[in-house]
Design a protein around this ligand. Structure first.
Ligand code: FAD
Length: 469
């Protein structure tokens, strides 16, 4: 009888323990993707990117003489239906860690097991299962550096190669047509603009990793902070949908370290930041939707999205170049440089005294590398409400930061058109992507700051001092 392999955020063939186990069983393999509430709830850009990923992955399966069966509905019901239609006696999948997926998957697992189905979850999305990393006293880590010290010398499973052709079932079950799901519906004008920036699928991700390891990684410890350069791996988009595994990145990074490439250790550390975010989400799922440090609930955050300064932040017209460049980069490419993320998050939560959840939600709408754990941790780190967070009184100055990290204005120049006689192609493309109702044009005057840097800093610090906790 066949094995169903239920794909979710693991759209790859290599280093896929669940798929390898299914293929290795010698039984027919039926790859399945289910459009359930978790997909419905995605933001516009991640949902669109998922659609591209699925289309591509279905082609890759086709090259293995296989197919991707698409179903829409409640995951439990669709799996049961598929089991009865195909006579499958096993369902394998790769574990996820956000609380909704955990609740769904554990219910499904116990129900199927009760019915005698071999329901099994496998690792693959993380290198270190969150419950395997403990402090000396048996708790979880709240601070990154000791977490890193605990895991850095651990053995990470060597990546598996892709299975050979997958044995097909005697008859394939029905599948929805991907186009009918219309996963691009909420992207409006953005899709055509963002599409050229997408690095789609497993092969492209592997090629990027190879290029990064043979070149950029050498100086990554320095270039990773310069948003105007191609100085990072750019793999977050692929890691988010599992088009590449963290193990593959880790082993490539280790080899580079052994070859004496200076930036390799910093790269490994960044991969472990991702693991740390998952560790926090597993142990304290509230990090996703509430202040991790609960006394921050009393802080007078603004949340009214009709406020002009919040609109200006989203639309990349705060009048602060670093902020606007980064917000526009995100709208055009679906990604934002890490330094940009830190700057826009600091400006929103401190200068504009706006709740980090407003920013978290906007990122979730716009990012093609959206990741529940890293996004929540990044926002709470920036706001000061998270574990191991930057203290609230450390307010980034986006003007001096620009001088430090974008000295020649390569980044600001690439993304801001207003006030420039010859705006860059990228800066102009922003106006093709944004909704017309924003009423922005490249020949507008560049706006004055909605909240000047010094004034915002003073207000934020005084609110912080009077916070009463
Ligand atoms: P590289 O510098 O090449 O790093 C390699 C990999 O390490 C990344 O792909 C990523 O998986 C991991 N990594 C690097 N930095 C971090 C970090 N600070 N936290 C967690 N993992 C990290 N990352 C996302 O993947 N999705 C998000 O939704 C997301 N939201 C963020 C929101 C805020 C406010 C902040 C401050 C950071 C956020 N990050 C998020 C983390 C980080 O900015 C991105 O992972 C990074 O910019 C991705 O680019 P890269 O792949 O070139 O990274």
């Amino acid at each position: 009888s066949p094995v169903l392999v239920w794909f979710r955020r693991d759209l790859r063939l290599s280093d896929h323990p669940a798929l390898s186990a299914a293929a290795g069983s010698g039984r027919p393999v039926i790859p399945v993707f289910i459009h359930d509430d978790q997909v419905t709830g995605l933001g516009a850009a991640p949902k669109w990117r998922l659609g591209l990923g699925l289309e591509h992955f279905a082609q890759s399966l086709g090259e293995k003489d296989s197919r991707l069966i698409l179903r829409r509905g409640n995951a439990r019901e669709e799996l049961r239906r598929l089991i009865s239609e195909t006579g499958a006696a096993a369902v394998f999948w790769t574990r996820l860690y956000d609380p909704d997926a955990v609740a769904r998957d554990s219910d499904i697992k116990s129900e199927l097991k009760d019915e005698g189905i071999d329901a099994r979850s496998f690792g693959g999305h993380l290198m270190f299962e969150p419950w395997t990393v403990e402090t000396k006293t048996g708790g979880y880590y709240k601070v990154y550096t000791p977490f890193w010290n605990m895991v850095k010398s651990r053995d990470v499973e060597p990546p598996l190669s892709a299975p050979g052709p997958l044995k097909a079932p005697e008859a394939w079950p029905d599948s929805d047509a991907l186009a009918d799901w219309n996963l691009a519906a909420a992207m409006q004008r953005g899709a055509d603009v963002v599409r050229p920036y997408v690095r789609l699928g497993e092969q492209a991700a592997q090629a990027r990793l190879g290029g990064f390891i043979s070149g950029i990684v050498e100086n990554y410890d320095k270039t990773r902070d310069l948003p105007g350069t191609d100085g990072t791996s750019g793999l977050s988009e692929n890691l988010s949908l599992g088009e590449i595994s963290p193990h593959q990145c880790w082993h490539a990074g280790q080899r580079a370290r052994e070859e004496g490439k200076k930036g390799a250790e910093t790269f490994l550390k960044e991969l472990v930041w991702r693991e740390f975010a998952y560790h926090l989400m597993h142990h304290t799922p509230r990090i996703l939707d509430g202040n991790w440090k609960e006394d921050w609930d009393a802080f007078p955050w603004k949340t009214d999205e009709r406020l002009s300064e919040i609109k200006a932040w989203k639309q990349g017209r705060t009048g602060i170049q670093f902020v606007d460049a980064a917000m526009r980069e995100m709208y055009v490419t679906g990604r934002m440089h890490n330094r940009g993320r830190m700057i826009v998050a600091s400006y929103l939560t401190k200068h504009l005294m706006t709740h980090w959840k407003v920013g978290q939600a906007w990122f979730e709408h716009c990012l093609i590398d959206w990741d529940p754990a890293s996004n929540a941790m990044g926002w709470q780190w920036s706001a000061g409400s998270g574990p191991d967070a930057t203290p609230y009184f450390r307010v980034f100055n986006p003007v001096t930061q620009l001088d430090k990290f974008d000295r020649n204005r390569a980044y600001a120049g690439r993304w801001i058109a207003e006030g420039r006689s010859k705006p860059s192609v990228e800066a102009l493309s922003y106006f093709d992507a944004i909704p017309r109702r924003w009423h922005m044009a490249p020949d507008d005057e560049y706006p004055a700051p909605v909240v000047p840097v010094d004034e915002g800093r003073k207000k934020a610090l005084s609110a912080y001092e009077n916070r009463g906790f």
